[in-house]
Design a protein around this ligand. Structure first.
Ligand SMILES: Nc1nc2c(ncn2[C@@H]2O[C@H](COP(=O)(O)OP(=O)(O)OP(=O)(O)O)[C@@H](O)[C@H]2O)c(=O)[nH]1
Ligand SMILES: [Mg+2]
Length: 242
């Protein structure tokens, strides 16, 4: 892996409590990887903490939301010529010591994008509220039907991507419920995507964007977004635009 130009992209919104540890742990896994924290208009010290821990920080002028933050990261990766990117949440849920699992299929040239799944293994012990679990199953079923392969974790942001996938997401990334729609986008662009079993932690600090009450609302909206997305034109031509 030594010669591959690689970057870790970390979207973070008000994650001052944990983002420093996330940066340190990524470095512990791979001391020579570049770490880029996209600070999504935080009102706390997220940007300062990330910088103190040696990350490059891209500061958005105001809170764009997760999709905008993630696409900013991919643009950075594309424009700076990275061949390989990993993406981890800034709240500490993705364990950098498991990066080798998601990197393996991409480095082997078997996939353009590999996604860590909490639910790929039977009986995987990820704790979540009941309403959220039902929602997760329903979404997984809908998305699997659309993309024609089994997807178990439609909202996972723990991902490894090669240059082709970086290029696609640099040019076009959904903003509302990005991971779910992005999975479908990847399939429509005929990129090769695989799921890899991982374990995820509970949040290390801060606050989740999805409270129990909002789960149902989230489900209805995301299903609508998927439906609308089916009629969406592919923005990026099939052969790369670079
Ligand atoms: N909530 C939220 N998170 C953002 C935003 N922009 C970037 N992020 C980051 O995106 C990542 C995912 O957000 P989370 O709120 O943890 O979403 P989640 O992981 O699906 O939900 P939990 O499982 O409850 O943590 C975190 O690293 C956030 O810091 C934003 O506008 N809102
Ligand atoms: Mg999270």
């Amino acid at each position: 892996m030594g010669s591959v130009r690689r970057v870790a992209l970390v979207p973070a919104f008000n994650e001052e409590a944990i983002v420093g540890r996330v940066v340190d742990e990524i470095r512990a896994f791979d001391p020579s990887i570049d770490v880029v924290v996209v600070d999504d208009g935080s009102y706390d010290r997220t940007a300062e903490v990330a910088q103190e821990h040696g990350a490059t920080v891209v500061r958005l002028p105001f809170n764009l939301g997760i999709g905008g933050a993630v696409q900013t990261g991919f643009r950075y990766a594309f424009e700076h010529g990275y061949d390989l990117a990993v993406r981890l949440d800034g709240d500490g849920q993705h364990d950098p010591s498991q990066l080798d699992r998601i990197l393996a299929p991409v480095l082997a040239g078997e996939a353009d994008i590999a996604v860590g799944s909490r639910f790929a293994e039977e009986g995987a012990g990820y704790r979540s509220s009941r309403s959220r679990r039902i929602g997760i199953r329903l979404l997984a079923w809908v998305v699997s039907r659309i993309v024609g392969r089994r997807v178990t974790d439609t909202t996972s942001g723990f991902q490894a991507l090669n240059r082709r996938a970086i290029e696609l997401f640099a040019h076009d990334y959904p903003h509302d419920y990005p991971e779910v729609e992005a999975t479908i986008m990847v399939s429509r662009h005929r990129l090769r995507s695989v799921e890899v079993p991982v374990s995820m932690r509970e949040r290390g600090g801060g606050r989740s964007s999805i409270t129990a009450l909002r789960s149902v609302y989230y489900m209805v909206k995301v299903l609508l977004a998927i439906f609308v997305g089916l009629f969406r034109r592919n923005v990026v031509p099939e052969e790369g635009t670079s």
